[in-house]
Design a binder for this molecule. Structure first.
Ligand SMILES: *Cc1c(COP(=O)(O)O)cnc(C)c1O
Length: 373
């Protein structure tokens, strides 16, 4: 259906088109190289990613969920956590965040969002702590940094590890200039095709300054082995495909321009959308938000969505069901989470990618302003 819309929500083919010559060259190089698992392309992208994020180490993984799972598995193998330990998570996030925690036998403890940033309300973390809390899994949702000095001080005071789910915020910077991916003990990246730096298939990575953690993640993602046929952990198979690594290396130089374009679209929306029925996302042009999504809040979401579809504007919902309301989470014990539920009922994402132009964004803003409520 989105093909027929004048302003599709996201056309990945169009978004990748300007970089296609470099991407094709990179892919051909891998196909002809004889290295189809690991090898120089993967190692090269890992070095580039570490340099970009500002960490000592980057380890490629099969996808973003595995990057998170491998961080927690490594923490358990290294004795930093035990199954049954608690991890603070935002109640408003993509379900992968929660699945990574439960998959490792850890217990996610949800913290409600702020309604302005839609990120975890860090002032509520302290009251969620118990003697079993070991980590804060912070999610830079929609591309907005969720980290501050207060969170760091709290983590230091209670000896908690900060782990970043950086699937949505590659390139964002905290106020002191550090990039996401370098703010905690370890960070998970996803290069799912729709992310700001997207592969052409599944791909992910872990960044960290901790050499032991990096090595454990690398081993765990390779059958628990660093040396062939010598398995130190009961690992899994989750490695960064060299084809995807080469494509990511080809696209990485374009990431700053991609993020700048998203920021330009956000500026247009901020300036031109004005509707009594809609709350726009908290605006920031200081680099702490890379606009992975531009998410409106409205109590008439489904009507607005139909209206926009009728007028040629594609939309999406990130996310329509809060993780704790998913059927698979029925066994998750937690208190009431009314804010996560309200957010799930009211969010609507509008087009923001390199396939949307600044003039498209102006037109989309006009259409939104004509919504009769
Ligand atoms: C995309 C995403 C993930 C998972 O990444 P995959 O590569 O799809 O496994 C995890 N957390 C968040 C917040 C995401 O947006």
């Amino acid at each position: 259906m989105s093909d027929t819309l004048q302003y599709p929500f996201l056309d990945l083919g169009a978004a990748n088109a300007p970089q296609l010559p470099q991407i094709e060259q990179a892919a051909l190089r891998v196909l002809r190289s004889g290295y189809y698992i690991g090898g120089p392309e993967t190692a090269h992208f890992e070095r580039e990613l570490a340099a970009y994020a500002g960490t000592e180490h980057a380890v490629g993984t099969g996808n973003g969920l595995d990057a998170l799972r491998l961080i927690f598995r490594a923490c358990i193998e290294l004795g930093l956590m035990c199954p049954g330990d608690e991890v603070i998570v935002p109640s408003n996030t993509y379900i992968a965040t929660i699945l990574a925690v439960t998959d490792c036998g850890l217990v996610p403890v949800p913290v409600e969002p702020r309604l302005d940033t839609l990120n975890m309300d860090t002032s509520l973390i302290e009251q969620a702590l118990t003697p079993r809390t070991r980590a804060i899994l912070t999610v830079h949702l929609y591309g907005r940094v969720c980290y501050d000095a207060e969170m760091q001080a709290l983590a230091d005071r209670h000896r908690l590890m900060i782990v970043e789910d950086n699937a949505q915020a590659i390139g964002a910077r905290y106020a002191d200039g550090r990039r996401t991916g370098a703010l905690g003990r370890a960070a998970a990246f996803s290069f799912y095709p729709t992310k700001n730096l997207g592969a052409m298939g599944d791909a992910g990575a872990v960044t960290t300054d901790d050499a032991d953690l990096a090595q454990a993640v690398r081993a765990l993602g390779n059958y628990g082995s660093l040396r062939k046929y010598h398995n130190i952990y009961k690992g899994l198979n989750s490695r960064l495909d060299p084809l995807q690594a080469a494509i990511l290396s080809a696209k990485l130089p374009g990431l700053e321009a991609e993020n700048a374009h998203r920021a330009a679209l956000a500026a247009v929306y901020e300036r031109h959308i004005s509707s009594p029925y809609i709350v726009k996302p908290l605006y920031s042009d200081s680099g702490d938000m890379v606009w992975h999504q531009y998410v409106l809040l409205t109590d008439r979401r489904d009507r607005l969505r139909s209206f926009l579809t009728e007028h040629g504007v594609g939309t999406d919902i990130h996310y329509p069901v809060a993780p704790h309301r998913q059927p698979c989470m029925a066994d998750w014990a937690h208190g009431p989470l009314p804010l996560a539920e309200r957010v799930a009922a009211e969010v609507l994402s509008i087009p923001i990618s390199s396939a949307t132009s600044v003039s498209d964004a102006r037109a989309i803003a006009e259409i939104i302003n004509s919504f009769p409520g």
